[in-house]
Design a protein around this ligand. Sequence first.
Ligand code: ZN
Ligand code: ZN
Length: 191
Amino acid sequence: MYIVALGSIEEDVLTAVEQGLGHAYGFGVKRLSGLAEPEYAYDAQRGQHSSAHVLRQLITRVPEDAMSMLGITQKDLFIPMLSFVLGQAQLSGPAAVISLARLQQEFYGLSPDRSLAVARTVKEAVHEVGHTVGLTHCADSSCPMSLSNNVRHVDAKGAELCASCIVLVEEKTKHARAMGTIPNSAGTRNV
Ligand SMILES: [Zn+2]
Ligand SMILES: [Zn+2]
C-alpha cells in the first residue's frame, strides 16, 4: 500500500495515516514522494477540485506492485451529482483520494482541533482504501466502512474495521498476500 501527499500535507497527518492503514489492513504502507497540488482538477465554476480528475491522474502514478495508492489533498473535492465528497476510490483499486478540507473544524468556522482532524483523516483513509481492496459500505455504523456524508458521521464511527469487514479484507486480499499484488478492475465507488 502506498500513500502520497498532493501538495503540502503535515507530517503528523501522513504518519497517522501510514500507521492507521498498516494497523487496519496488516500491509506495509510506503510513502511516495509528494506530487504537486492537483490544480489540473480545479473547477472554477464550483471553486472545488474534481475528485474524478484527481483519481485519473493518480492512476497514472500507481507503482506496479501497489494494491492501493491513497492520495491526500487539502483541496475540497466534488463529483458532479454531489456538493462535495470527503473522498473517492476505485472499487477494487488501486487509486483512492481523500480531502482534508472538510475534516478540519476551521472549515465550519470552529477553533482548530488538530487531534480530531487527524482522527477523522485516519477513518476516511481506512474507508477509501477499503474500497480499493474491494469492500463496499458496511451497515455497522461504528465501522469505518459505513458511509459518511458529513463529519458528524465520521466522528460517530471508529477507525477499527468491524469483524465482518476484517473477514472480507482477508478474503479479498488472499491473492495479494500470496502474490504481493492484486489485479485491478474498473468501476468507482464514491464517498
Ligand atoms: Zn464493517
Ligand atoms: Zn465509501
